[in-house]
Ligand binder design. Structure first.
Ligand code: NIG
Ligand code: FE
Length: 400
């Protein structure tokens, strides 16, 4: 790729970028990226471009800018059906929690997902992956959690892996109707699903919330998951502060995700810990709720990441550029902080910061070409079609 108006990449980081460092972006003007096979071989200014042999395929970057392939570290991309009926009911005033309590919400997607074959699950994840790819996402995590029985949870994890996603076992997403309470369901999930789920998934996740799982059940579930070799993630403080942040810190979780309801104490606790706060502003927007305290977290020195939360109920949104725009407009991250949060920091959440999330020699050749001479259009162009091409592992994977 040559003659790029700009190339922007977050700074190198052995640990998630926090505080002011989150906005450290290396910016090159009139730049090139040389890829060899699936990796980046060299990056620099055009005047430093080494002589190339005849086999090199050249991509003209004039008037365009490049950023690293985006990393979506929190999606629920394995589901069948949709919730457009509920969306219309919510538009007319019903709340997400009311629909959930009435057996709709997550459980209505569970019904549709349980009815699918493994091939249908895989096709659904591939369809959603391709939507994400066109918006610049070259690496995605996806959670199970719409099966909540042995067969569908394991099939979901296999479907995610087969579609190229990084699977997380969200075995504790909701209590399915065949169980009387959360404790009985967790007993089942740990005895019957965890042993095989741990062989496919990289991490486990739990929805800590009223009407889902309390802190004690979440602790029991997560402790068993860590013993089985899984990294830990939590959905916490989405609607209520129930103590998910202290639990995440106590158990050394990789991340705690949502945080729309987090107050000042939670911000300080997270800042003093190594747990990454994954912020999901598309979900807050889609449910008409307050935004997470993103600015306060960064200013306090916490490590944050940004993700879509792509799912059929609370965030039907596959676009990380739109998430960056929301982070800048709604809680005042700078475009550079937003870029770091959905590249290098998201890669840390997924345990892959040594190979993805930056444009640097030796890194996977994952690049997003933006149809703008200034890379900050990534966050500036609100919902526009600015991703003009996506390179994944050195191959052109999407082009407008
Ligand atoms: O992260 N909060 C729990 N889980 C998802 C929503 C899932 C759904 O509504 O289907 C979330 O927002
Ligand atoms: Fe989620």
């Amino acid at each position: 790729m040559r003659d790029l108006a700009q190339l922007a990449t977050p700074a190198a980081a052995d640990a998630p970028l926090r505080g002011r460092a989150l906005g450290d972006v290396d910016l090159l003007e009139d730049a090139f990226v040389l890829c060899e096979g699936s990796s980046v071989a060299a990056v620099g200014r055009m005047r430093e471009l080494p002589p190339l042999d005849g086999d090199v395929v050249e991509v003209d970057g004039r008037g365009l800018s490049a950023v690293p392939g985006l990393v979506d570290c929190h999606t629920h991309a394995c589901f069948l059906g949709d919730r457009v009926e509920e969306f219309a009911l919510r538009a007319a005033g019903a709340s997400y929690e009311e629909l959930h309590a009435a057996g709709g919400g997550i459980l209505s997607t569970v019904r549709a997902t349980r009815a699918a074959s493994e091939d249908e699950l895989r096709a659904a994840v591939e369809r959603h992956r391709d939507w994400m790819l066109r918006s610049g996402t070259t690496t995605f995590e996806a959670k199970s959690g719409y099966g909540l029985d042995r067969e569908t949870e394991l099939a979901s994890l296999r479907a995610i892996a087969a579609a190229g996603g990084i699977p997380t076992w969200l075995g504790a997403h909701a209590v399915p109707p065949e169980f009387d309470d959360a404790a009985a369901y967790v007993d089942f999930a740990l005895a019957e699903v965890l042993p095989e789920a741990a062989a496919i998934a990289e991490a486990a996740d739990v929805f800590v919330e009223r009407g889902a799982f309390g802190v004690d059940e979440a602790r029991r579930y997560l402790e068993a998951c860590v013993d089985a070799g899984l990294a830990l993630r939590l959905h916490g403080d989405q609607f209520t502060e129930l103590g998910a942040i202290p639990l995440a810190i106590e158990l050394g979780a990789r991340s705690i995700d949502h945080l729309e309801a987090t107050g000042a104490d939670g911000v300080q606790a997270l800042a003093a810990s190594s747990v990454v706060g994954v912020l999901l502003p598309a979900s807050a927007l889609f449910l008409g709720r307050q935004m997470p305290p993103g600015r306060a977290l960064v200013d306090a020195g916490a490590a944050i990441a940004l993700a879509t939360d792509f799912n059929p109920g609370s965030a039907f949104c596959e676009s990380l550029p739109l998430v960056c725009a929301l982070a800048c407009t709604q809680f005042h991250l700078s475009p550079a902080e937003a870029l770091g949060a959905c590249t290098v920091n998201a890669a840390h959440v997924l345990g892959r910061a040594g190979s993805i999330g930056r444009i640097a020699p030796g890194f996977q050749a994952d690049l997003v070409l933006l149809d703008a001479p200034d890379w900050r259009h990534l966050a500036y162009h609100l919902g526009g079609e600015l991703v003009t091409a996506v390179v994944r592992r050195g191959e052109l994977a999407s082009q407008r």
